[in-house]
Each structure stands twice: as structure tokens, then as C-alpha cells.
Ligand binder design. Structure first.
Ligand code: SF4
Length: 373
């Protein structure tokens, strides 16, 4: 589904936000044959060709029309990093969002166990403002479907990468606060003519907005849902996730249960272990009780240090002990491997480091915004 750019000096549409149908409609309106839509997207997705002039089965006039009305690469790469474990990270600026440092988004390629996972952003910054997250440097708007999809295509074009096998919406932003663009992007990413990535390999991670989870449960594609829980009770959660003020864990779990009833898919509870804050044995016991209230598994994530953030990285012993307590209570639990520790690979971290170098700090972060749903 095509989405016009928000209030923009850039008048061209993103080719990555187009379907064969939407592009064909524009082509027909411009006097071209209907087949032009599928023809162009075959170049983009089948052959990785983005320059209209290289689309040799189009006439010169069609190529000129395409170049005048559509753009394939909107994002400007302002920084790139590679870690020794193969993790690669891009910082992208969006021209009509302004070129200052606060209006940039990140995407990360995580190669592991034969997978090539793209971790992508859904918004510029994030309205939630979690205390542990470097993306909380303010919120500057939603990304369009085209810009969400572009991140996946870009990561797949990096040297030696090839086709992306998995996508996780775990970069900047709260995906369910940008649901129309996120669902449009997923349709394109999983389409056989598009990204060709099975919906079962696409995971949407939310901080938990019950009304939005219920709306998302009507989405027709079998994607995975991950809930960023990060604390086993409401009091602790409110101290690190401002949106915890708007919904209790019990209310979020009710919505997750509805999502499971409709989708039949188990939910992943993401739990970021912050040393000395939420990684004590009593927290593990409480988390086990929460996890058993719905069909879920738990992903433990060991905090990656971020300059200027008031949390410690928990010890390996504490992480393993935490996992053992959960497993002893019958909760399916995994520890997510830390990736890209020698680059700024945590959510929002590359943008954060650029901002720190410009003199911005957690203290200058704007207040988080309430959910609009
Ligand atoms: S952790 Fe996710 S929801 Fe929280 S501020 Fe960062 S990007 Fe937003």
C-alpha cells in the first residue's frame, strides 16, 4: 500500500511502499500498461535494481516517469558500524525529517546460526521513553511503510549478506503506535513478489498497549508477537517504562491472551536484565508466575552498557541463576546472546552516541508521550 510522505519537500513516493496493484494503478493513470507495476517491482525485489535507468525492459519515457515520481532510496546513510561477530548497524537520516542528529533511525543486521535477521525501526525516536533505552531521545514521528521496508532491503544489500531471513521490529519506536504503516510493511516484506520472508519469521515487539494489541490480533498474517515486559510487577515496571502508567501487566496479559486465542501463536516475553534492579531471585519467581498466566516463553536479555545510562550489566552467574529459577518452574526460557558489543548495537545506541558527542544527554530528553490508541 502506497503512503505519501508526511509534509514533505520530497514529492516522490517510495518504491518500497508499493505493491504491484498500487504501482499499476498509478501507471495506468499515467497512461502506461497495467503490467508496469509488476515489471518494476520485479527489478527492485527480484534483481535488486533500484535505478530506473537500469530497468532495461522499460521504455525511456517509462523510466523517466518512474524516476520523476518514485524514489527507491530515501534514507541517507550517515554512519555504519561492523562488529567482530558480523553484526552491522546503519544510522539513516530521512531528508524531509530534517538532517539534524535527533531525526535519525537505526537498523541492524544480526547474522547468527544461518539466519540473517534485520532489526528495524518503526518510528523516528520513540514516544515511550524507557529509562534504559537510548532511543528515548525524543519522538519525531512515524516512518512510512516504504521507509520501514527500505531498512530491510538496505541491510540485504550490504556486502556478502544476501536475502534477509528474519525481521524483528525491535529497533526504534513502538510498532503498535504506527500500526497502519507497520502492517502495510509486513504485507510487502512477506509477499512472494516482495521480501519473500515468511510472516512466521517476522516478530513485532511491543511495550504493551492493550487496545492496539487487540487491533493487531485481527491482522490476517501469522506474525509473532513479543511483549517487552522487563519487570515482573507494575511498581518496578513504572520505574523504567513510562507507558506502564497507562496499563497494568494484568490488562496487557488479558489483551495478549486474546491475541493468542485468535492467532494460536505463543507470545514471547522479553525481559531485559538490569544488574541490581530486576535481576534478583525474587524477580525471577514473580516473572515465572506472570509467564504461566498465558502461553508464553521468556527471552532474557543481558543489558548492554550504554554511556550515560544508570544501569549495570548483570553478571553471567546472576543471569544463569535467573534462568534456572524460571526453568525449574516450567517456563521455557532462553538467554539471548549479546550481539555487536564492540559497536553501538543496543537499541538507539548509535544515535545516542552521536547525540552525546553533540552535548545532548538523558537529562535533555523530552517527556515521553502517552499512547494515542
Ligand atoms: S525500548 Fe522500545 S519502546 Fe522503550 S523507548 Fe526504546 S524503542 Fe521505545
Amino acid at each position: 500500500m502506497s503512503q505519501p510522505h508526511p509534509a514533505s519537500s520530497v514529492s516522490r513516493q517510495s518504491l518500497f511502499g508499493e505493491t504491484p496493484e498500487s504501482l499499476s494503478e498509478s501507471a495506468v493513470a499515467a497512461g502506461w500498461p497495467r503490467r508496469l507495476g509488476a515489471q518494476v517491482l520485479k527489478w527492485v525485489w527480484g534483481r535488486g535494481v533500484l535505478d530506473p535507468d537500469a530497468m532495461t525492459d522499460l521504455s525511456a519515457a517509462q523510466r523517466a516517469w518512474l524516476g520523476e515520481h518514485y524514489s527507491a532510496s530515501e534514507g541517507i546513510e550517515v554512519a555504519a558500524q561492523s562488529a567482530s561477530d558480523g553484526t552491522r548497524k546503519l544510522l539513516l537520516a530521512w531528508p524531509d525529517a530534517g538532517l539534524d542528529d535527533s531525526r535519525r533511525t537505526e537498523c541492524v543486521l544480526i547474522p547468527a546460526e544461518g539466519r540473517r535477521t534485520a532489526c528495524i525501526s518503526s518510528q523516528i525516536g520513540c514516544p515511550v521513553g524507557c529509562r534504559f533505552c537510548a532511543s528515548g531521545l525524543g519522538f519525531d514521528g512515524n516512518l512510512t511503510a516504504g521507509r520501514i521496508v527500505e531498512q530491510v532491503h538496505r541491510l540485504g544489500r550490504l556486502d556478502g549478506v544476501g536475502r534477509i531471513s528474519h525481521v524483528v521490529f525491535m529497533g526504534m519506536g513502538e510498532p503498535l503506535a504506527n500500526l497502519p504503516a507497520v502492517t502495510a510493511a509486513i504485507r510487502i516484506l512477506q509477499a512472494p513478489w516482495g521480501g519473500g520472508i515468511s510472516a512466521r519469521r517476522i516478530t513485532v515487539s511491543t511495550v504493551g498497549v492493550p487496545s492496539a494489541i487487540r487491533r493487531f490480533s485481527n491482522f490476517e498474517l501469522p506474525v509473532n508477537l513479543a511483549l517487552s515486559l522487563h519487570a515482573p510487577n507494575d511498581e518496578l515496571r513504572k520505574r523504567i517504562i513510562p507507558w506502564a502508567e497507562f496499563a497494568t501487566i494484568a490488562e496487557i496479559l488479558d489483551a495478549c491472551r486474546e491475541w493468542f486465542d485468535k492467532s494460536g501463536r505463543e507470545i514471547t516475553l522479553e525481559y531485559l536484565l538490569l544488574g541490581g534492579f530486576n535481576d534478583r531471585p525474587e524477580h525471577a519467581r514473580e516473572l515465572a508466575a506472570v509467564a504461566k498466566r498465558l502461553r508464553s516463553n521468556v527471552n532474557l536479555i543481558r543489558w548492554n552498557e550504554v554511556k550515560g545510562m544508570p544501569f549495570d550489566r548483570p553478571s553471567s552467574e546472576d543471569v544463569l541463576h535467573f534462568q534456572r529459577i524460571l526453568r525449574d518452574r516450567g517456563v521455557n526460557t532462553h538467554i539471548r546472546a549479546s550481539r555487536g558489543r564492540d559497536i553501538a548495537a543496543a537499541c538507539g545506541q548509535l544515535r545516542h552516541e552521536k547525540s552525546v558527542s553533540l552535548g545532548l544527554s538523558a537529562k535533555s530528553m523530552p517527556a515521553p508521550l502517552p499512547p494515542s490508541a
